[in-house]
Write a protein that binds this ligand. Structure first.
Ligand SMILES: Cc1cc2nc3c(=O)[nH]c(=O)nc-3n(C[C@H](O)[C@H](O)[C@H](O)COP(=O)(O)OP(=O)(O)OC[C@H]3O[C@@H](n4cnc5c(N)ncnc54)[C@H](O)[C@@H]3O)c2cc1C
Length: 506
């Protein structure tokens, strides 16, 4: 079998990657971002829009980490509301509306039905009724839709399969539905248009602060190391952040699992909130599928191995069957799964679901920032606050002639991409499967491996039961488009089967 990965040889893609790395090394960067998840992508975009010379390295594929394994919700957080964390709810609710404005193709209003049952002391109907009105108010104006109260009959009218026994009524409120990996990729595409230098499969290895920072990165497809100089460094490596040299991050990592089933098996016309004690889980309609999630348990294993274990799957099916008793959904109904590691700020005790989702931007050493915690919904704000700090530092260390320099963030106002650049290739639902879209992903969106297209660019892997068969066709297209040598196609199919079956996904 071919040893050399695709993208490592003298193909146009390999040459383009080499040019990006050479350009990063040609002259000092203002900012090197480590990590190509949503936070790193947001930081790179904001910095590039302010005119900084910015580079970003991602050790695997863009959005490989938590940013392709979330519940895909843009939300203030009903649970945080119940915990009285009103500041967090207000912050995230405002951001969800900003994302709806700058990326409407990836921020659809989604109604949630939250049923209340007799005897449930954690989620009481009258409290929920007040809660959803407060939730709307905390959006700083109008929410993505107005919340309403539903009688028992109305709730069953909207979701006929919902458990009727003990049902007292429900509330209906709005959050946003997104596609996490696509949001990351489109943020990166937007950054690239502003001249950010972006490289996936390139790992940050170490750095020394000699003003500027001398950073060693390794191009993983060729194994070539390169020194990149940067006046500032942002560590945006999510759950990997503790392990990075120079990082002062102390995080507590928890695992969350999702299942995808046919929508006919768990028929939800709108999202439904399922509760387990204080915990909130969701059944979310996703085209012809339903997403069920999520779990929240401490995780101490290797981050590359986080996956749905049989016990996680059983737990989610049990909860779903309790709320939709006629569904009797079983493991045989599961089309795909994904599991992610939440990068939470350390809190040694307490239940995982009680740990704050607040974020922190800390300068561990001069010119080095650790950006941690938070959630997908507030990535733009995290990025803005990080780049504000970087800009202040750059201005204070530059001569009086450079004091004008970069201005304020514009990321809340300017759309990520014009609709013509997202139509047919980026959305909440998977795109139609054809060679032209695959060509777009390999030529315009840095896809190197078959997995990059099947999982993160398109979600085809999660959507189709016969994803393995479809992957064969996609591999044929990629082989043509990327001039793969004969044995690479078979090696890629083998790699895809390995990572999606035994590795990080299933
Ligand atoms: C199960 C689950 C459900 C969630 N649901 C939601 C939700 O519905 N809504 C919401 O708002 N939030 C949600 N979140 C939280 C949200 O997904 C995360 O906060 C967010 O994705 C974290 O992004 P990140 O960029 O910090 O980390 P990541 O996406 O993990 O990115 C970090 C990247 O750094 C890279 N990296 C690590 N080390 C190096 C190195 N040495 N060199 C180069 N690159 C490196 C990694 O490969 C990785 O790609 C959820 C999280 C989980 C786990």
């Amino acid at each position: 079998m071919n040893e050399a990965p695709p993208g490592s040889r003298g193909t146009p893609q390999a040459e383009a990657r080499a040019r990006v790395l050479a350009e990063m090394a040609r002259a000092p960067l203002d900012l090197l971002v480590i990590g190509g998840g949503i936070v790193g992508a947001g930081v790179a975009r904001d910095a590039a829009m302010r005119g900084l010379r910015v580079g970003l390295v991602e050790q695997h594929d863009f959005a490989y980490g938590t940013s392709s394994r979330s519940s895909r919700l843009l939300h203030g957080g009903m649970r945080y509301l119940a915990q009285g964390r009103l500041g967090l709810v207000h912050e995230a609710s405002t951001e969800k509306k900003i994302l709806h404005h700058i990326a409407p193709h990836l921020a659809e209003p989604l109604p949630f039905i939250f049923p209340a049952y007799q005897g449930n002391r954690e989620w009481v109907l009258w409290q929920l009724k007040i809660g959803v009105k407060l939730y709307d108010a905390l959006c700083g104006g109008r929410n993505l839709g107005r919340s309403t109260w539903l009688s028992r009959e109305d709730a069953l009218g909207k979701v006929p399969e919902l458990r009727a026994e003990g049902l007292k009524g429900a509330v209906r409120y709005y959050d946003g539905f997104t596609n996490d990996a696509r949001l990351t990729l489109d943020t990166l595409r937007s950054a690239a248009k502003q001249d950010a230098l972006l490289l996936n499969y390139c790992r940050f290895v170490d750095a020394a602060n000699r003003e500027p920072w001398y950073c060693e990165v390794r191009e993983e497809l060729t194994g070539r190391s390169q020194t990149v100089l940067a006046r500032a460094v942002a560590n945006a490596t999510g759950p990997w952040a503790d392990g990075l040299p120079h990082s002062r991050v102390k995080s507590r990592v928890t695992k969350g699992v999702h299942l995808v089933v046919e929508r006919t098996r768990v028929p939800v016309p709108e999202a439904v909130v399922m509760t387990e004690d204080k915990r909130i889980l969701f059944a979310i309609p996703w085209g012809e599928r339903t997403i069920l999630g999520t779990t929240d348990t401490d995780y101490h294993g290797a981050l590359e191995n986080v996956r749905a274990e049989p016990a996680d799957i059983r737990y989610l099916l049990e909860v779903a069957n309790r709320f939709f008793p006629r569904a009797v959904v079983t493991e045989a109904d599961v089309i795909s799964t994904w599991a992610g590691a939440r990068p939470l700020l350390a809190a040694p005790g307490g239940a995982p679901s009680d740990i704050s989702r607040a974020h922190e931007i800390r300068s561990a050493e001069p010119g080095w920032w650790d950006v941690t915690g938070g959630k997908l919904t507030i990535y733009r704000l995290m990025a803005e606050q990080t780049v504000d700090k970087v800009v202040r530092m750059l201005k204070s260390s530059s001569g009086p002639n450079e004091q004008g320099g970069p201005g304020a963030s514009r990321t809340a106002m300017e759309p990520l991409l014009p609709p013509v650049e997202t139509e047919g290739v980026s959305g909440i639902l998977p795109p139609a499967m054809n060679c032209a879209v695959v060509e777009h992903y390999v030529k315009q969106e840095w896809a190197v491996h078959l997995e990059d297209v099947m999982v993160r660019r398109t979600s085809w892997h999660h959507c189709f039961r016969d994803a393995a068969r479809r992957a064969e066709l996609v591999a044929t297209w990629m082989a043509q488009l990327l001039s793969w040598p004969a044995d690479t196609q078979a090696a890629e199919l083998e790699r895809y089967a390995r990572v999606t079956r035994a590795g990080t996904r299933n």
